[in-house]
Design a protein around this ligand. Structure first.
Ligand SMILES: N[C@@H](CCC(=O)N[C@@H](CS)C(=O)NCC(=O)O)C(=O)O
Length: 262
Protein backbone atom coordinates (compact mmCIF):
# COMPACT_ATOMS: atom_id res chain seq x y z
CA UNK A 1 0.00 0.00 0.00
CA UNK A 2 1.18 3.52 -0.86
CA UNK A 3 0.89 6.15 1.85
CA UNK A 4 1.76 9.80 1.35
CA UNK A 5 2.49 12.35 4.04
CA UNK A 6 1.70 15.54 2.21
CA UNK A 7 0.14 18.99 2.31
CA UNK A 8 -2.57 20.38 0.09
CA UNK A 9 -0.64 23.39 -1.31
CA UNK A 10 2.98 22.19 -1.02
CA UNK A 11 4.72 22.29 -4.41
CA UNK A 12 6.80 19.21 -3.56
CA UNK A 13 3.71 17.26 -2.53
CA UNK A 14 1.99 18.44 -5.73
CA UNK A 15 4.87 16.93 -7.77
CA UNK A 16 4.25 13.56 -6.18
CA UNK A 17 0.44 13.70 -6.40
CA UNK A 18 0.69 14.58 -10.12
CA UNK A 19 2.97 11.55 -10.64
CA UNK A 20 0.65 9.24 -8.69
CA UNK A 21 -2.34 10.50 -10.68
CA UNK A 22 -0.58 10.12 -14.04
CA UNK A 23 0.21 6.51 -13.14
CA UNK A 24 -3.30 5.89 -11.83
CA UNK A 25 -1.98 4.71 -8.47
CA UNK A 26 -4.16 4.47 -5.36
CA UNK A 27 -2.71 6.01 -2.22
CA UNK A 28 -3.68 6.84 1.30
CA UNK A 29 -2.94 10.37 2.47
CA UNK A 30 -1.84 11.83 5.79
CA UNK A 31 -2.40 15.56 5.53
CA UNK A 32 0.12 17.68 7.43
CA UNK A 33 -0.64 21.23 8.54
CA UNK A 34 2.62 23.06 7.84
CA UNK A 35 1.70 26.33 9.55
CA UNK A 36 0.91 24.42 12.73
CA UNK A 37 4.29 22.66 12.50
CA UNK A 38 3.06 19.09 11.96
CA UNK A 39 6.33 18.17 10.20
CA UNK A 40 8.51 19.54 13.00
CA UNK A 41 7.63 16.96 15.66
CA UNK A 42 10.30 14.46 16.79
CA UNK A 43 8.14 11.56 15.53
CA UNK A 44 7.83 12.99 12.01
CA UNK A 45 11.52 14.03 11.90
CA UNK A 46 12.45 10.39 12.56
CA UNK A 47 10.71 9.56 9.30
CA UNK A 48 11.75 12.68 7.36
CA UNK A 49 14.93 14.25 8.82
CA UNK A 50 14.40 17.50 6.88
CA UNK A 51 10.99 18.01 8.59
CA UNK A 52 9.28 18.46 5.25
CA UNK A 53 6.60 16.92 3.08
CA UNK A 54 6.32 14.78 1.05
CA UNK A 55 7.20 11.40 2.53
CA UNK A 56 6.11 8.28 0.70
CA UNK A 57 5.71 4.97 2.49
CA UNK A 58 5.49 1.97 0.17
CA UNK A 59 4.61 -1.21 2.03
CA UNK A 60 6.42 0.06 5.10
CA UNK A 61 9.50 1.46 3.33
CA UNK A 62 10.02 5.20 3.80
CA UNK A 63 11.13 7.34 0.87
CA UNK A 64 11.88 11.06 1.25
CA UNK A 65 12.63 13.86 -1.23
CA UNK A 66 10.07 14.64 -3.93
CA UNK A 67 12.46 14.07 -6.86
CA UNK A 68 13.63 10.75 -5.42
CA UNK A 69 10.00 9.76 -4.82
CA UNK A 70 9.05 10.60 -8.42
CA UNK A 71 11.92 8.50 -9.80
CA UNK A 72 11.08 5.71 -7.35
CA UNK A 73 7.47 5.66 -8.56
CA UNK A 74 8.71 5.57 -12.15
CA UNK A 75 10.94 2.55 -11.38
CA UNK A 76 8.50 0.68 -9.16
CA UNK A 77 5.38 1.42 -11.25
CA UNK A 78 6.74 1.90 -14.78
CA UNK A 79 3.42 2.25 -16.63
CA UNK A 80 2.73 4.70 -18.13
CA UNK A 81 6.37 5.67 -18.47
CA UNK A 82 7.29 9.20 -17.47
CA UNK A 83 11.00 8.85 -18.31
CA UNK A 84 11.94 9.33 -21.98
CA UNK A 85 13.57 6.46 -23.85
CA UNK A 86 16.35 8.52 -25.42
CA UNK A 87 19.32 8.82 -22.98
CA UNK A 88 19.88 12.42 -24.09
CA UNK A 89 16.33 13.27 -23.10
CA UNK A 90 16.76 11.45 -19.79
CA UNK A 91 19.85 13.59 -19.14
CA UNK A 92 17.82 16.71 -19.95
CA UNK A 93 15.02 15.55 -17.68
CA UNK A 94 17.46 15.06 -14.80
CA UNK A 95 18.96 18.48 -15.50
CA UNK A 96 15.54 20.10 -15.00
CA UNK A 97 14.88 18.11 -11.82
CA UNK A 98 18.34 18.88 -10.40
CA UNK A 99 17.86 22.61 -10.72
CA UNK A 100 14.76 22.48 -8.54
CA UNK A 101 16.68 20.62 -5.85
CA UNK A 102 19.68 22.92 -6.12
CA UNK A 103 18.09 26.25 -5.38
CA UNK A 104 14.93 26.78 -7.39
CA UNK A 105 12.65 25.15 -4.85
CA UNK A 106 14.24 27.17 -2.05
CA UNK A 107 13.81 30.30 -4.19
CA UNK A 108 10.10 29.66 -4.66
CA UNK A 109 9.86 29.15 -0.90
CA UNK A 110 11.38 32.62 -0.49
CA UNK A 111 8.87 34.12 -2.92
CA UNK A 112 5.82 32.32 -1.44
CA UNK A 113 6.81 33.04 2.14
CA UNK A 114 7.78 36.66 1.66
CA UNK A 115 4.65 37.37 -0.36
CA UNK A 116 2.03 35.41 1.54
CA UNK A 117 2.82 32.47 3.82
CA UNK A 118 4.58 34.63 6.43
CA UNK A 119 1.21 36.11 7.32
CA UNK A 120 -0.12 32.62 8.07
CA UNK A 121 2.98 31.77 10.14
CA UNK A 122 2.60 34.99 12.16
CA UNK A 123 -1.16 34.67 12.67
CA UNK A 124 -1.94 34.03 16.33
CA UNK A 125 1.76 33.93 17.30
CA UNK A 126 3.86 36.55 19.10
CA UNK A 127 7.25 37.37 17.54
CA UNK A 128 8.94 35.08 20.11
CA UNK A 129 6.58 32.26 19.19
CA UNK A 130 7.30 32.79 15.48
CA UNK A 131 11.05 32.56 16.18
CA UNK A 132 10.53 29.46 18.33
CA UNK A 133 8.45 27.84 15.55
CA UNK A 134 11.11 28.58 12.90
CA UNK A 135 13.91 27.38 15.19
CA UNK A 136 12.42 23.88 14.95
CA UNK A 137 13.64 23.65 11.32
CA UNK A 138 16.55 21.17 11.50
CA UNK A 139 18.77 22.58 8.75
CA UNK A 140 20.68 25.77 9.64
CA UNK A 141 20.75 27.37 6.17
CA UNK A 142 17.03 26.83 5.68
CA UNK A 143 16.26 28.06 9.18
CA UNK A 144 18.21 31.29 8.57
CA UNK A 145 16.48 31.83 5.23
CA UNK A 146 12.95 31.21 6.52
CA UNK A 147 13.61 33.35 9.59
CA UNK A 148 14.75 36.32 7.50
CA UNK A 149 11.96 36.03 4.96
CA UNK A 150 9.25 35.56 7.60
CA UNK A 151 10.38 38.52 9.67
CA UNK A 152 11.22 40.90 6.79
CA UNK A 153 8.99 39.85 3.90
CA UNK A 154 10.05 41.22 0.52
CA UNK A 155 12.63 43.44 2.26
CA UNK A 156 14.60 40.27 2.94
CA UNK A 157 17.90 40.08 1.06
CA UNK A 158 16.80 36.63 -0.14
CA UNK A 159 13.96 38.06 -2.25
CA UNK A 160 15.97 39.65 -5.09
CA UNK A 161 18.14 36.60 -5.94
CA UNK A 162 15.07 34.37 -5.71
CA UNK A 163 13.05 36.28 -8.29
CA UNK A 164 16.09 36.67 -10.55
CA UNK A 165 16.81 32.93 -10.39
CA UNK A 166 13.27 32.08 -11.47
CA UNK A 167 13.39 34.68 -14.24
CA UNK A 168 16.54 33.01 -15.60
CA UNK A 169 14.87 29.60 -15.36
CA UNK A 170 11.86 30.85 -17.27
CA UNK A 171 14.14 32.13 -20.07
CA UNK A 172 15.67 28.64 -20.30
CA UNK A 173 12.25 27.04 -20.21
CA UNK A 174 10.93 29.29 -23.01
CA UNK A 175 13.97 28.35 -25.12
CA UNK A 176 13.44 24.62 -24.50
CA UNK A 177 9.75 24.84 -25.32
CA UNK A 178 10.58 26.70 -28.49
CA UNK A 179 12.35 23.53 -29.64
CA UNK A 180 9.97 20.87 -28.31
CA UNK A 181 6.41 20.32 -27.11
CA UNK A 182 7.55 19.20 -23.66
CA UNK A 183 10.56 20.16 -21.56
CA UNK A 184 12.76 17.26 -22.60
CA UNK A 185 11.43 16.51 -26.09
CA UNK A 186 8.25 15.18 -27.61
CA UNK A 187 7.33 13.07 -24.58
CA UNK A 188 5.64 14.34 -21.43
CA UNK A 189 8.02 13.43 -18.59
CA UNK A 190 8.78 13.85 -14.92
CA UNK A 191 10.36 17.20 -15.83
CA UNK A 192 6.99 18.57 -16.99
CA UNK A 193 5.36 17.21 -13.86
CA UNK A 194 8.01 18.73 -11.62
CA UNK A 195 7.57 22.26 -13.00
CA UNK A 196 3.76 22.25 -13.12
CA UNK A 197 3.37 23.18 -9.41
CA UNK A 198 5.79 26.09 -9.79
CA UNK A 199 3.90 27.59 -12.72
CA UNK A 200 0.75 27.18 -10.67
CA UNK A 201 2.43 29.00 -7.77
CA UNK A 202 3.42 31.92 -10.06
CA UNK A 203 -0.20 31.99 -11.16
CA UNK A 204 -1.50 31.99 -7.58
CA UNK A 205 0.78 34.87 -6.55
CA UNK A 206 -0.29 36.75 -9.69
CA UNK A 207 3.21 36.91 -11.18
CA UNK A 208 1.93 35.94 -14.64
CA UNK A 209 3.44 39.08 -16.21
CA UNK A 210 6.65 37.03 -16.11
CA UNK A 211 5.26 35.26 -19.16
CA UNK A 212 4.21 38.31 -21.17
CA UNK A 213 7.07 37.70 -23.59
CA UNK A 214 7.12 33.92 -23.06
CA UNK A 215 4.22 32.52 -25.08
CA UNK A 216 5.61 28.98 -25.22
CA UNK A 217 5.50 28.69 -21.43
CA UNK A 218 1.93 29.97 -21.37
CA UNK A 219 0.89 27.41 -23.99
CA UNK A 220 2.72 24.64 -22.04
CA UNK A 221 0.95 25.73 -18.84
CA UNK A 222 -2.43 25.41 -20.59
CA UNK A 223 -1.43 21.93 -21.81
CA UNK A 224 -0.34 20.66 -18.39
CA UNK A 225 -3.47 22.07 -16.74
CA UNK A 226 -5.67 20.31 -19.30
CA UNK A 227 -4.26 16.88 -18.39
CA UNK A 228 -6.39 14.70 -16.08
CA UNK A 229 -3.49 14.35 -13.62
CA UNK A 230 -3.75 18.09 -12.86
CA UNK A 231 -6.37 16.90 -10.35
CA UNK A 232 -3.29 16.22 -8.17
CA UNK A 233 -3.19 20.00 -7.76
CA UNK A 234 -6.73 21.22 -8.43
CA UNK A 235 -8.48 18.74 -6.11
CA UNK A 236 -6.33 19.97 -3.23
CA UNK A 237 -6.59 23.74 -3.59
CA UNK A 238 -6.92 25.35 -0.17
CA UNK A 239 -9.36 28.23 -0.54
CA UNK A 240 -7.81 30.05 2.41
CA UNK A 241 -4.52 30.42 0.53
CA UNK A 242 -5.75 31.70 -2.83
CA UNK A 243 -7.04 35.18 -1.86
CA UNK A 244 -4.03 35.79 0.41
CA UNK A 245 -1.56 34.88 -2.34
CA UNK A 246 -3.46 36.92 -4.93
CA UNK A 247 -3.91 40.05 -2.80
CA UNK A 248 -0.36 40.14 -1.47
CA UNK A 249 1.13 39.06 -4.80
CA UNK A 250 -0.52 41.99 -6.60
CA UNK A 251 1.03 44.36 -4.07
CA UNK A 252 4.50 42.83 -4.44
CA UNK A 253 4.60 42.32 -8.22
CA UNK A 254 5.66 45.94 -9.07
CA UNK A 255 8.65 45.45 -6.73
CA UNK A 256 9.61 42.20 -8.45
CA UNK A 257 9.20 43.87 -11.86
CA UNK A 258 11.53 46.68 -10.79
CA UNK A 259 14.17 44.13 -9.69
CA UNK A 260 13.94 42.34 -13.04
CA UNK A 261 14.13 45.56 -15.04
CA UNK A 262 17.25 46.79 -13.20
N1 LIG B 1 13.86 18.84 -0.96
C1 LIG B 1 12.57 18.53 -0.39
C2 LIG B 1 11.89 19.87 -0.06
C3 LIG B 1 10.54 19.65 0.56
C4 LIG B 1 9.94 20.94 1.11
O1 LIG B 1 10.58 21.99 1.15
N2 LIG B 1 8.67 20.84 1.52
C5 LIG B 1 8.02 21.98 2.11
C6 LIG B 1 6.69 22.24 1.43
S1 LIG B 1 6.88 22.50 -0.31
C7 LIG B 1 7.73 21.68 3.58
O2 LIG B 1 7.35 20.60 3.93
N3 LIG B 1 7.97 22.63 4.47
C8 LIG B 1 7.78 22.38 5.87
C9 LIG B 1 7.46 23.57 6.63
O3 LIG B 1 7.25 24.63 6.03
O4 LIG B 1 7.38 23.46 7.84
C10 LIG B 1 11.74 17.72 -1.37
O5 LIG B 1 11.90 17.90 -2.59
O6 LIG B 1 10.97 16.85 -0.92
Amino acid sequence: MLELYHNDMSTCAQKVRLTLAEKGLEWEGHHMNLRRGDTRTPEYIKMNPGAVVPTLVDNGTIICESTVIMEYLEDAYPEPSLRPKDPIEVARMRGWLKQLDEGLHAAVGVISNSVAFRYQTMEGRSEEEVIEHINLIPEQAKRDRIMDVTLKGVDSSYFKPAIKRWDKLFSDMEAALNENTWLTGEEYSLADIAYTPYLTRMDHVQFMDLFEQRPKILAWYERVKARPNYAGISDWINDKYIPLMAEQGKIVWPRAKEILAA
